[in-house]
Design a protein around this ligand. Structure first.
Ligand SMILES: [Zn+2]
Length: 480
């Protein structure tokens, strides 16, 4: 069955047909770079990484744009996130932005997230944002007050169509509004006047100021992807007001659709609460990486559907670590046995089984990127390959190569969970090499009938938590 994607705009799964054959234009709201990324960011960008990987696997040329918000994103208190971070660290705002942009990409690299094709920065697209705001004023959808510009939601009756809110109700919310410049509570800032002392400021037709948060995504998405474009993604917490406002601005400015498909990923939960910086219940990715491997974090995220909330607990992470080791262990065994396997044609039964697994895996992915079902198929494959590798019967090189290829394709290219070269089991680099050196030395001692010394090596390794297992195909080691 061809790919179906759940569209938040129509609230149903739809057959995916891109605007231009063979091409997909995709935008995902990026991070505000004022602090380290947390698990919630990890979930969002791993989820959309799998989407991009799968679209590319299907043969589409994808242009993936994910912005960097480095200006204009306010806290509920009205403080600018970037300025607050810069004051906290006593550095220039752009220094803060540079620091956390680099750290963000380091974290994403560790999670094996493919980098976007374009990572446009809001501060690098001020003229485009000013032009869009001007256009909205000219078309009667925005008004200027004291050097700030606001979008007039009453001028755009479909405001609310994404989140299902009614514009009349939003307008009636005016009673609780504290900003006297706005005509209606639901109106939002397109451009803000810079107060004296506000460091980040640019000249504009309305005086010195800076852009509102929502306008950057509209300006940059349209600049690099055209309008309309195929897919807009982001966390479900951004549906309102951020995405709603993006839609209103862009559609009001150009009188045509903005994004055709809206995809929203579920939040990371801690108990019954969403993980949020404002709730103080968040864990940064770097904190998590001190305790678990980044790939285990990815494993946990990929193991549930992107639209589902994800319960992030130490127990779930420990289970994910074990699951990842199990998967990697199966792949390692295939690759190890491959090195000494006899020549010969691939086993037809195995090939048929691989085809069946692949078909079921792709059917799961075609069903709105159902990675949890796809993972279940991958673990069916683990059972098949483990029992094959454990069998005393000879298995040909072509058979093992076909299994390895299936792992690379499904677990590697699509889910991003199996790197082309697996790290040594539980140990990295030199430590793993030293263990291998001792295994080789023990083997030489045994061949020289120096059994007491050989056993001594085995015992000393065991004391260090390394257990040697002698198999018909050589000696392997595992951590106790
Ligand atoms: Zn956005």
């Amino acid at each position: 069955m061809p790919l179906q994607i759940y569209n938040s705009l129509t609230r149903q799964k739809e057959l995916f047909v891109p605007l231009h054959e063979g091409r997909v234009m995709m935008y995902v709201c990026g991070p505000t770079v004022y602090d380290d990324a947390h698990i919630g960011h990890g979930k969002t960008y791993v989820n959309f990484d799998v989407v991009v990987r799968y679209l590319r696997y299907l043969g589409y040329r994808v242009r993936y744009v994910q912005n960097i918000t480095d200006v204009g994103h306010m806290l509920d208190t009205g403080e600018d996130r970037i300025l607050k971070g810069a004051a906290r660290e006593r550095i220039e705002p752009m220094e803060l932005v540079e620091r956390y942009t680099r750290r963000f990409f380091e974290d994403m690299d560790a999670l094996n997230v493919t980098r976007p094709d374009i990572s446009p920065r809001a501060s690098g697209h001020i003229p485009e944002q000013i032009a869009l705001v001007q256009r909205l004023i000219e078309k009667g959808h925005a008004y200027v007050v004291n050097g700030s510009v606001y979008f007039d939601v009453s001028s755009w009756p479909t405001y609310g169509k994404l989140s299902g809110r009614r514009v009349e109700e939003l307008i009636q919310g005016a009673r609780i509004e504290v900003n006297p410049e706005k005509r209606h509570a639901a109106d939002f800032a397109l451009w803000k006047r810079a107060e004296p002392g506000h460091i980040m400021r640019w000249p504009s037709p309305w005086g010195e100021g800076y852009p509102g948060w929502h306008i950057e995504c509209s300006a940059m998405a349209t600049k690099y992807l055209g309008q309309p474009f195929d897919i807009h993604g982001g966390g479900v917490d951004n549906k309102f007001p951020h995405h709603e406002s993006e839609i209103a601005q862009s559609e009001a400015a150009y009188d045509r659709d903005f994004a055709r498909i809206w995809m929203h990923n579920g939040m990371v939960m801690v108990g019954a609460e969403e993980m949020h910086k404002s709730l103080g219940n968040f864990m940064t990715l770097r904190q998590a990486f001190e305790r678990w491997s980044p790939m285990a974090v990815r494993f946990l995220i990929v193991g549930s559907h992107y639209r589902s909330p994800l319960d992030f607990t130490p127990e779930a992470m420990d289970a994910a670590s074990r699951g990842l080791e199990r998967l990697w262990g199966a792949v390692r065994s295939v690759r190890e046995r491959l090195q000494t396997a006899p020549e010969g044609p691939a086993d037809d039964d195995v090939l048929a089984s691989l085809e069946d697994h692949k078909a079921r895996f792709l059917a799961a992915m075609d069903d709105d990127f159902n990675t949890s079902a796809a993972m279940a198929v991958l673990f069916d494959l683990v059972r098949v390959s483990n029992s094959l590798v454990a069998s005393p019967e000879p298995v040909t090189r072509d058979t093992l190569a076909a299994i390895d290829a299936a792992y690379r394709e499904l677990g590697g290219d699509i889910l991003g969970l199996i790197p082309p070269e697996l790290p040594a089991e539980g140990l990295a680099g030199l430590a793993a090499d030293l263990v291998q050196l001792l295994i080789d030395t023990r083997q030489e001692l045994r061949e020289a009938k120096q059994y007491a010394l050989a056993d001594q090596i085995r015992k000393r390794l065991r004391d260090l938590g390394i257990v040697l297992e002698d198999t018909p195909h050589g000696t392997r080691w595992v951590k106790a």
